[in-house]
Every structure is written in structure tokens, then in C-alpha cells.
Design a protein around this ligand. Structure first.
Ligand SMILES: Cc1cc2nc3c(=O)[nH]c(=O)nc-3n(C[C@H](O)[C@H](O)[C@H](O)COP(=O)(O)OP(=O)(O)OC[C@H]3O[C@@H](n4cnc5c(N)ncnc54)[C@H](O)[C@@H]3O)c2cc1C
Length: 423
């Protein structure tokens, strides 16, 4: 039997949970779907018992709300059934279908990787990916770790490395000092973030923070052994066991784009009520552009209320949410400017450096005059299991590609479930 709900929310991070709680409070039948094993999304993916206090009140509200929650549920297809949406998802061995009057997309963002020689060696992983392993309990037992890339996320990652017993050799921030100093007015305008930064600073006391430096190459036979770094003039080699390296985040826009919602690879477009260009589809959080947890919480609540048909921007709560959203989005734009990627990073890959790691496509196999479709057809870049989620943003950055059309399955799905009869 196919279950029918008023509002289906895809994504159980801060944005999706806020949306689900808000729609349910308005009396709607709500279903929240997430491919993870518990609610919280990327920021709150801690082990049970270690969830931070700021997450707990929202998670308690979700527990108390009449929301049907499905975990380990990857939405891999959505169809427009003229007046309702039919979502098909893979949940373990099961293929499940749900129909909904309204959709809230809160699919978040993923890490951006940029290629350099050695970036596919075991021991090299994304900064957020490393953070995810640490939250799940990775222990580092005095191992030497280099944290590199760009953005404020590098600091909590380095702090988590320290907590897990690792020795952080340095934090390499590709943005130069003069731009990093642009963080001061941001912090002054947000006392809670300034406090957070001060706490992180205390826990990272003695760890060199090196703006204007980036990784040029990672070496090792079977596992990472050393990293060569540069500031464009000088070079150094650091021996290390782990390199956690991430270059910001890119929105998971595939589902929205496939459903015809307007937007770019930088995020889906929404109106003031968080409704996308497609009637009945709302979007919230990192999916609409990277702006952090405060934007996700405010936008999720607005989207949930709007999907339930009770959004009132003129109410006291409406005012509060609109203000919180504007403030968080403005901070997001400032951070985007401060941590913009430097052009030198484009020059790092060599002809043999892998660009698409699913299909083993080297940089030298891609003709810079090709567009995204030719690159796919001639090299199979983007056609492996991750369907371009890793190499897509790389190709945009390296060659200015515009992403190709999105097709089902929107998530890696067992073939048996793809070809199964409709439930
Ligand atoms: C790897 C990573 C680590 C991060 N770590 C931190 C951190 O330590 N501290 C910090 O302040 N910020 C961190 N961030 C940023 C943080 O994600 C945002 O600030 C905020 O949590 C965004 O909330 P959101 O609800 O928009 O998205 P998310 O929290 O990303 O939640 C989106 C959810 O949607 C689910 N999803 C996506 N597509 C589908 C689908 N098709 N089917 C089912 N489920 C789907 C995902 O599983 C995910 O749980 C991290 C981001 C990433 C990518």
C-alpha cells in the first residue's frame, strides 16, 4: 500500500527537522525521510548520547511531534502526479513509495573536493568527511594530521582531531590573511559565533593556523606518508598519516533541478515563503545556498509553515524567522566572499591526476574545449556510482562546465529496486 501524507520532507538535517515539526504543529500529516540512520543531518551526526545541547531541543520536538520518520531511506525518484508527488525510496532491502500533496526539499550540501596529485590516496579525505568519521568515533592515537582547504569548518574539524587523540600539525587555509581578517566584523556582529570561535581558539592553542597556504601534493606508497604545501612562493614537506582537506560545500540540488525548480549549482531559487519556482515544492537550508545552521533552522520552519498553508510573515513568529533568515543569509554571503577559491588551485592537477575517481578518468583525458556532455560521452566522467557528485563540482571549477541534465536514480540504488514493480 502506498501511504499518502500532506507534506513529505526530504532531508533530516536542521532544515528538514524544523520544516517537519512546523508542518506537524499546523495539523498536517507529515513524513520525514533521510538516508542517514538518525536525525540531525551533517552537523548533528554525533553518536547517541553525544548530541550537542543546541540540537537536543529540536530533536525532542521531533520526537514529540506526529511525524512519521523513515531513516536509511534514500529518495531516488520523484514523479509529478498532477496535484500530488510520488516519491520512491530505497530503504534497506525495501522499495517504498509515498505520495504527498506538498514537498519540502531539505537535502543539504556535500563537500567540494579539488584534485591535486595524491588526493585519492588512502589517508586523504574531505574535512567534513573526516569530521563525520570523528563524530562516529574514529580514534587517532597520537597520529599526525594535517587539516587543509578553506572555510570556518576547518576549525571544528581540527578541534575534533585533537579530541580524538590526533596531533594537528597545522590548519592550512587557502584564503590569504587579509581576507581572513574580514571575519572580525562577522564575529563582532554575532556574539554567539565569536564565543564559539574563542572556544575553538582555546582548544586549538598551539596549532599553527596558516592562511595563504594550500596543499600541492600528497605522497605515499599504499597510504599517505607526507604532504607538500606551498604559499605560492615557498614550499614545505610535512610527514603525516592523515590529511583532512575540504574546499567548502556545494548544495545537493539534484532532486529540485530534476523536478524543474529554477536554480544553479550554487543553490535552488526560492521566494520569501521558501517556495521554489514549481508550485507545491518548497526548499530550505543548504540546498538554497550554503549559509550554515541558523539559515537552515529559520528557512526550514518557514518552509514547513508555508507547505502547511499557515505561513504568516506579519506574525510575531514570522517576523522573528524572517529576521533570522536575513541575518544568516547575509553572513553566508560574507563568508562566501572571504573564502572564495584562489585561482592557483586550478593549476594543481597533473595530466595523470584522477578527476573522476569512480571511472578513473585522468585530468589529461579531458579536452578543455569540451562541454559537460562531451566530457561525459568521451571519458565517462560523472557516470560512475556517485553520478558526478564528486567530479561534477570539480569540472565546474576546473573547466567552467554547466551541469548536465539530472536523471533518475537521484541516489545510488540497487538495480533490483529500480526495476521492481510499483508497489
Ligand atoms: C560533510 C559535512 C560536515 C559538516 N560538519 C559541520 C560541522 O561539524 N559543524 C557545522 O557547523 N557545520 C557542519 N556542516 C555544515 C552543516 O551541514 C550546515 O551548517 C547545516 O547543518 C545544514 O543543514 P541542512 O538541514 O540544510 O542540511 P544537512 O544537515 O546536510 O541535512 C540534509 C540531509 O538530507 C539528507 N538527504 C539528502 N538527499 C537525500 C535523499 N535523496 N534522500 C534522503 N535523504 C537525503 C542527508 O542525508 C542529510 O541528512 C557540515 C557539512 C557537511 C557537508
Amino acid at each position: 500500500m502506498v501511504e499518502h501524507v500532506d507534506v513529505a520532507v526530504v532531508g533530516g538535517g536542521p532544515a528538514g527537522i524544523s520544516a517537519a515539526v512546523a508542518s506537524a504543529a499546523a495539523g498536517k500529516r507529515v513524513c520525514l525521510l533521510d538516508e542517514g540512520s538518525r536525525p540531525g543531518g551533517q552537523i548533528w551526526r554525533h553518536r547517541l548520547g553525544q548530541v550537542p545541547d543546541e540540537a537536543q531541543s529540536l530533536l525532542t520536538k521531533l520526537d514529540a511531534a506526529a511525524v512519521k520518520v523513515l531513516f536509511r531511506a534514500s529518495v531516488f525518484d520523484v514523479e509529478d502526479r498532477q496535484g500530488s508527488w510520488r516519491l520512491t525510496l530505497s530503504q534497506g532491502e525495501r522499495r517504498v513509495a509515498i505520495t504527498a500533496e506538498k514537498l519540502v526539499l531539505a537535502c543539504g550540501a556535500r563537500e567540494r573536493f579539488l584534485p591535486f596529485p595524491g588526493w585519492t590516496l588512502p589517508g586523504v579525505m574531505g574535512a567534513g568527511g573526516g569530521q563525520a568519521f570523528l563524530k562516529e568515533g574514529l580514534e587517532l592515537h597520537g597520529e599526525r594530521v594535517l587539516v587543509a582547504g578553506t572555510g570556518p569548518l576547518l576549525l571544528p574539524v581540527a578541534a575534533s582531531v585533537g579530541k580524538a587523540g590526533g596531533r594537528v600539525l597545522a590548519i592550512l587555509e587557502q584564503t590569504p590573511w587579509r581576507r581572513v581578517l574580514g571575519m572580525l566584523p562577522v564575529l563582532l556582529a554575532h556574539p554567539s559565533k565569536a564565543l564559539q570561535a574563542a572556544q575553538l581558539g582555546r582548544s586549538l592553542f598551539g596549532v599553527p593556523y596558516r592562511p595563504g597556504w594550500w596543499v600541492q601534493e600528497a605522497y605515499g606508497k599504499d597510504f599517505l606518508e607526507a604532504v607538500r604545501l606551498t604559499d605560492g612562493q615557498r614550499e614545505e614537506v610535512l610527514e603525516c598519516r592523515w590529511l583532512f582537506c575540504g574546499f567548502g560545500l556545494v548544495p545537493n540540488g539534484e532532486l529540485g533541478v530534476a523536478l524543474g525548480c529554477a536554480g544553479t549549482h550554487a543553490g535552488l531559487q526560492v521566494n520569501k515563503a521558501q517556495e521554489s519556482s514549481v508550485n507545491g515544492i518548497f526548499a530550505a537550508g543548504e540546498l538554497c545556498g550554503v549559509a550554515g545552521v541558523d539559515a537552515a533552522l529559520a528557512e526550514g520552519a518557514i518552509a514547513g509553515l508555508a507547505a502547511a498553508g499557515v505561513w504568516d510573515a506579519a506574525s510575531v513568529e514570522g517576523h522573528r524567522l524572517v529576521k533570522a533568515r536575513a541575518r544568516a543569509r547575509s553572513t553566508g554571503r560574507q563568508l562566501e566572499r572571504i573564502f572564495a577559491l584562489r585561482p592557483e588551485l586550478r593549476g594543481l592537477p597533473r595530466p595523470e591526476t584522477i578527476i573522476c575517481r569512480c571511472e578513473d578518468v585522468p585530468y589529461g583525458a579531458i579536452d578543455p574545449s569540451w562541454g559537460s556532455r562531451e566530457t561525459k560521452l568521451c571519458t565517462r566522467a560523472g557516470m560512475g556510482p556517485c553520478q558526478g557528485r564528486v567530479c561534477g563540482p570539480i569540472l565546474i571549477y576546473q573547466f567552467g562546465h554547466t551541469p548536465d541534465t539530472v536523471r533518475i536514480p537521484y541516489k545510488t540504488t540497487p538495480v533490483g529496486q529500480l526495476i521492481a514493480e510499483e508497489p
